[in-house]
Design a protein around this ligand. Sequence first.
Ligand code: 3HC
Length: 313
Amino acid sequence: MENAKKLEAFQAKIDADIKIEPKDWMPEKYRRTLIRQISQHAHSEVIGMQPEGNWLTRAPSLRSKKILMAKIQDEAGHGLYLYCAAETLGIKREQFLEWLHEGKAKYSSVFNYPTLTWADIGAIGWLVDGAAIVNQVSLQGTSYGPYSRAMVKICMEESFHQRQGYEIMVTLANGTKEQKEMAQDALNRWWWPSIMMFGPHDADSAHSNQSLKWKIKRESNDELRQKFIDKTVEQGEHIGLSFPDPDLKWNKSSGHYEYGKINWNEFWNVVKGYGPGNKKRLAHHKDAHEEGSWVRQGAIAYAKKKRSIQKTA
Ligand code: 3HC
């Protein structure tokens, strides 16, 4: 009875759009869903630095190198905000990283594709960050307070990410024949992985129904995917690029683009670890974590020393 009453009061807060805070009572399943989603979101931000980092030393100008450096640094910060938000649910960051390294936690499948040319950096900013913005703007309204507030901060920086990517694509599309071909090749390779970022179709989504009821999600996977497609196709056509989907066409009566079948075999294959870059991404993350352990130990020792000095002062 006790729990039923608590659940009723909890749902009433959700329905009244009152944010749930760390110290509030929450159903164990709500907590577990947030631990899963926020920590995987954080992993995606951090691992997402790798494909772009691959081009830092080969950026075509000092300006583009500075912009890429700033963007990658932002992603690290987004990861930190999100780990902090996830830790408010009672799990330590070390545990999240252990689950990631053991293959028990996911990160966004899109980051398992290689960055073959400079145009990929444009396509990632334009499409991957573009898709992330659509998802994250919606997540600003999520019912869990710390997650919602982290999203507000992150979304301000994401718009710069998307714009710098699109600027690269505009420059290449208006450049030489080879540069335009490079931009088209990148769009061909990044379009489908970007629309897969929104997850399975609603009917196949394991978590969406409950996540929508608890307003962890404010819009469904397909609603957000459609929003992204509708706003992105015109941007690509505006710079003379074509999309690798023969079924993509504007439907006047629905006011949306129709699009072709997503290759869910490819999606699940990459999610399960058999994508082009999975092994490399995880190995690099583990190496970097290992190499950075002295920094963590130093920071922990310093914090301990500082606390003991403050205690005796
Ligand atoms: N990549 C990998 N796994 C995915 C996925 C994707 N693109 N989409 C879905 N999945 C997984 C889910 O994690 C879930 O598996 P799990 O139970 O083991 O966690 C399973 O597929 C079923 O999918 P659901 O739709 O039922 O899962 P969710 O309700 O969690 O919805 C989601 C998936 C829409 C990605 C949701 O988790 C979400 O909105 N997450 C927050 C946003 C996020 O993580 N974005 C990743 C990119 S971050 C980024 O791009 C940074 C930018 O700055 C570059």
